[in-house]
Design a protein around this ligand. Structure first.
Ligand code: IZC
Ligand code: ZN
Length: 431
């Protein structure tokens, strides 16, 4: 057998199971693993997966020794606010002084401050900045992800953000899904006339569809932002126009966004820290994926995390995401989120790996296409510098990726240890 590339001597090859539906409840505990494995790639696709000893006959142009370490599908990040202008480090001191996220927003800061900076940036500047963050995400092992608009709140700037995502879709090898989040905050001019603003955002849906600028529509359903009724109105319109739907639901107050998501057949309901028991029960009987964002809870300094255990134990499908954004979760590191899922959400390592691969893919309409490694699928994978899959969430806050491949091409690689001559001790140390 001839191949372009052979990765051999893989200690654990993680093979999360793809099916037409996300993994729910007990199914999330099942993480198929092939030990002492090898992986062959041809023309950007997985050609063959098998035991290392069976790979000897493969005639590969390039051979990479994984040195007994872990290889997984590329990670999938199903909730990010990738494209924005400026930054909000000035709000950190306000947070330290006890001013809440919603209070900062109500005073014209928060999302609204990013809206001002995003309006001021040119499309080229936005693309350069988003590309910087996107490349960092790839370095952390992400090969498929979602990016939302929502820092425009007017036609011109929302379209500018969505076109930026399109530009990145065309120039980067990652699978990038675009979401229109026009109803992300109420512009000050529309205070008291929220429905009028919502009508304006609904009015953009046809144009966005025509230019194929977004695959999903999303809304921030929260106290002081959009009500349940407004969320229902917007998402129903979007769904009727052929968009997949998502919702920022029950992050701070339990408004019933989860119940709404399930009733609409949403691809995902995101945040869910304050989700009701009724909502969690409804989730169990649906294919809506609960996208949990523990990095945000951590960053906002909250004690109460989403009830991942109750959700999974009652049979729901859970995914994890960074929520990368300039206000409530400023990190591109999905590996850090995997650690928070272990420590704060009490998810097992098997559940966590499924949550950042197959289930995350389902949450953005890429079920079976991303987050999997199977013959004839795209060869998106990561070689990790960890001895087993339990190790990654355990050792937190760092980047464990050795190299990251999209369609069989190495797109990121860390500096090999030993290239910086610090000490002879590193020759004998591992991890
Ligand atoms: O910029 O604060 N929660 N939207 C809803 C965000 C966080 C992003 C931001
Ligand atoms: Zn968000």
């Amino acid at each position: 057998m001839k191949a372009d590339l052979l990765i051999y001597n893989i200690g654990q090859l993680l093979l999360p199971k793809a099916s037409g539906k996300p993994l729910k409840g007990e199914e999330m505990k099942n993480l198929p693993i092939l030990e002492n494995a090898a992986l062959a790639v041809q023309d950007g696709l997985v050609l063959w997966i098998g035991k290392n000893k069976e790979s000897v006959g493969i005639d590969a142009n390039e051979r990479i020794n994984a040195e007994g370490k872990v290889v997984s599908p590329g990670l999938v990040d199903p909730h990010t606010h990738l494209v924005f202008g400026g930054s909000r480090e000035d709000e950190l001191a306000l947070k330290q002084a006890g001013v809440s996220y919603l209070d900062i927003l109500a005073k014209g800061g928060g999302i609204l401050s990013t809206v001002t900076a995003t309006k001021q940036a040119t499309e080229k500047e936005l693309a350069a900045k988003a590309a910087f963050h996107l490349e960092r995400m790839i370095s952390f092992g992400i090969t498929a992800m979602e990016a939302k608009s929502g820092y425009g709140l007017d036609r011109e700037t929302e379209l500018k953000q969505l076109r930026t995502v399109k530009r990145l879709q065309e120039t980067y090898p990652v699978k990038l899904i675009s979401t229109f989040l026009g109803p992300h905050a109420i512009p000050p001019y529309y205070k008291g006339r929220e429905d009028l603003f919502l009508d304006e955002m609904i009015g953009l849906l046809d144009e966005i569809k025509k230019e194929d600028l977004a695959q999903f529509a999303d809304i921030f359903c929260e106290t002081g932002v959009f009500t349940i009724e407004q969320s229902k109105r917007f998402l129903e319109k979007a769904k009727n126009k052929g968009f997949g739907v998502k919702i920022h639901a029950d992050e701070i107050d339990p408004l019933g966004g989860l119940e709404l998501a399930v009733s609409l057949g949403a691809a995902s309901a995101d945040h869910l820290v304050a989700a009701s028991d009724k909502g969690i029960k409804a989730l169990r009987n649906s294919d809506t994926v609960a996208v949990l964002l523990p990095g945000t809870t951590f960053y906002l300094g909250k004690d109460q995390y989403a009830k991942a255990r109750t959700m999974i134990d009652s049979g729901a499908a859970v995914a994890l995401a960074t929520d990368f954004n300039p206000g409530s979760c400023v990190t591109e590191n999905l590996q850090m989120i995997m650690s928070l899922a272990a420590l704060k959400l009490k998810m097992s390592a098997e559940e966590i790996w499924n949550a950042v691969t197959v289930n995350a893919a389902h949450a953005i309409g890429l079920g079976g296409e991303a987050g999997v490694l199977e013959a004839s699928k795209q060869a998106d994978f990561v070689i990790w510098d960890v001895p087993n899959f339990h190790y990654l969430p355990y050792h937190f806050g760092v980047n464990h990726a050795i190299s990251v491949y999209c369609s069989g091409i190495k797109r990121w690689e860390r500096m090999p240890y030993g290239t910086i001559p610090l000490s002879a001790a590193r020759e004998t140390s591992s991890f």
